[in-house]
Design a protein around this ligand. Structure first.
Ligand code: GDP
Length: 436
């Protein structure tokens, strides 16, 4: 419970073994006792006390730790409600933390990112944001712009000094600096999007090349962190796997599985459809056989895509290898594996991380944007900046330029939530789960 009545409500339902006046209980302490209704003990509990302003929401807060199970928890919840509490809406705790000024909007959004993270790196990026690294970056950029504004105000206030020429130059220079910083942030979204959504990956190859064996090798190793998602069409399944902390979203894994024990194997046509959707194609070939016409058709599919060629079954007697000129024409990444014996799978993972520049993501000294709302506002700020540069080039009056610059500031302020409409705030927090 959070809010100024929370201790009153608690006192009505909680009997500590060692009663104390609420004023004498220190924040960050835990008391042991019973939750009681009409002298009946509902459960034996521990209650944690947090006193304003030192709590998640900055309000007075308490947390009741009961025995688990639906019945007990529901009874305690109902008891709280009966005594004056109201049920929190999704995200309300974090929303209060934001509205009460303990965290900004960027940090609030990172809470949901951390909760929903599908990979370690995504969670790390969220944690960085919760610590305030992105907020700090945006603050820095805003300060740069405010410095520009100061320059402008001077020439508006003292038009008799002929400072305009100097001002134009200086504003331009400062805006360049700001633009560079904003563009770096915008660019980080390329990696951020991958961390958040996963790399859409297709495994294609002729029947019997070893698609389902490779899938199994990948899934077996990552079994604990595989999540199944309904694909876009009824019978496709997409699965998330974590590769070196980066999520791969494997497309049509159901199709691959099915193909191994059914007469109808994945044909070229289906491969074409899957390949079109994918950001990464893993094309797998049987290294114990010469390349067939069908193989060449598969190679054609990967021509203009990020792709890795896999030569499978190297535990047998391979007759083609990575030096094969036909293969080299189609992809720079050729890896030899045995899906059955689990050889070369690590090399495949390393190649994927390399291909997407993901081993360069260093979360220690880099801020990565993973959130579309934030990215869109940064893009908008960059567009405003371009317009501003245009007004300077056209030697528009300083007053007009200052209006454009204020627009940039506004976009930045909505990123951190200093100026943002109530609708947007409601929308952001509605994505949270209850009780967060
Ligand atoms: P798919 O039709 O492309 O999905 O191919 P499968 O994964 O079903 O494999 C076809 C056959 O090749 C199966 O009998 C597998 O056991 C076998 N196979 C797959 N990978 C290897 C490998 O690396 N080494 C060996 N020796 N056999 C393999």
């Amino acid at each position: 419970m959070s809010g100024d009545k929370c201790f009153d409500i608690l006192n009505k339902i909680f009997e500590p073994k060692n009663p104390q006046r609420i004023e004498d209980i220190k924040g960050y302490s835990i008391k042991y006792g019973n939750i009681v209704e009409n002298q009946n003990i509902i459960d034996e509990v521990l209650v944690s006390y947090f006193k304003s302003p030192k709590s998640y929401t900055t309000e007075d807060m308490c947390e009741i730790n009961s025995h688990g199970g639906n019945v007990i928890v529901k009874r305690i919840l109902e008891l709280c409600l009966k005594n004056g509490a109201t049920l929190a809406s999704p995200g309300e705790f974090t929303k209060r933390a934001f509205l009460n000024g303990r965290i900004d909007l960027l940090q609030a959004e990172s809470v949901i990112d951390i909760i929903n993270a599908k990979s370690q790196k995504e969670a790390d990026a969220g944690m960085k944001q919760l610590e305030g690294f992105l907020s700090q970056k945006i603050k820095e950029i805003k300060q740069d712009i405010l410095d520009v504004m100061v320059n402008i105000e001077v020439s508006i206030d003292y038009p008799e000094y002929d400072v305009e020429e100097v001002t134009y130059n200086e504003i331009s220079k400062m805006l360049e600096k700001v633009e560079k910083k904003l563009k770096t942030l915008e660019k980080s979204f390329d990696s951020g999007k991958i961390l958040k959504e996963g790399i859409k990956t297709a495994i294609i190859g002729k029947p019997n090349a070893g698609k389902s064996s490779l899938l199994n090798a990948i899934l077996k190793e990552n079994r604990a962190i595989v999540t199944e998602y309904e694909g876009t069409t009824r019978d496709t399944i997409e699965e998330f796997v974590n590769i070196n902390g980066i999520p791969l979203k494997l497309i049509d894994t159901a199709g691959i599985r099915k193909s191994s024990d059914e007469v109808e194997k994945i044909g070229i046509e289906k491969s074409l459809k899957i390949a079109k959707e994918a950001q990464l194609i893993i094309a797998i070939f049987d290294s114990t056989k010469e390349l067939s016409n069908e193989d060449i058709k598969i190679l054609e599919l990967i021509k203009d895509k990020k792709s890795i060629i896999i030569l499978n079954k190297i535990d047998l007697k391979p007759i083609i290898d990575e030096k094969n000129p036909q293969l080299k024409q189609f992809s720079n990444s050729i890896i030899k594996i045995s899906a059955l014996k689990n050889i070369g799978i690590e090399e495949l993972y390393d190649e994927i991380t390399k291909l997407f520049g993901l081993n360069e993501i260093n979360l220690d000294n880099e801020v990565i944007i993973t959130n579309v709302r934030q990215k869109d506002l940064i893009t908008k700020a960059i567009q405003e900046l371009e317009k501003t540069k245009e007004t300077i080039k056209n030697k528009m009056s300083i007053d007009i330029i200052s209006i454009f610059i204020k627009n940039i500031l506004e976009d930045l302020a909505s990123i951190t939530g200093e100026s943002v409409s109530e609708d947007i705030i409601d929308e952001i927090f509605s994505k949270f789960c209850l009780g967060k």
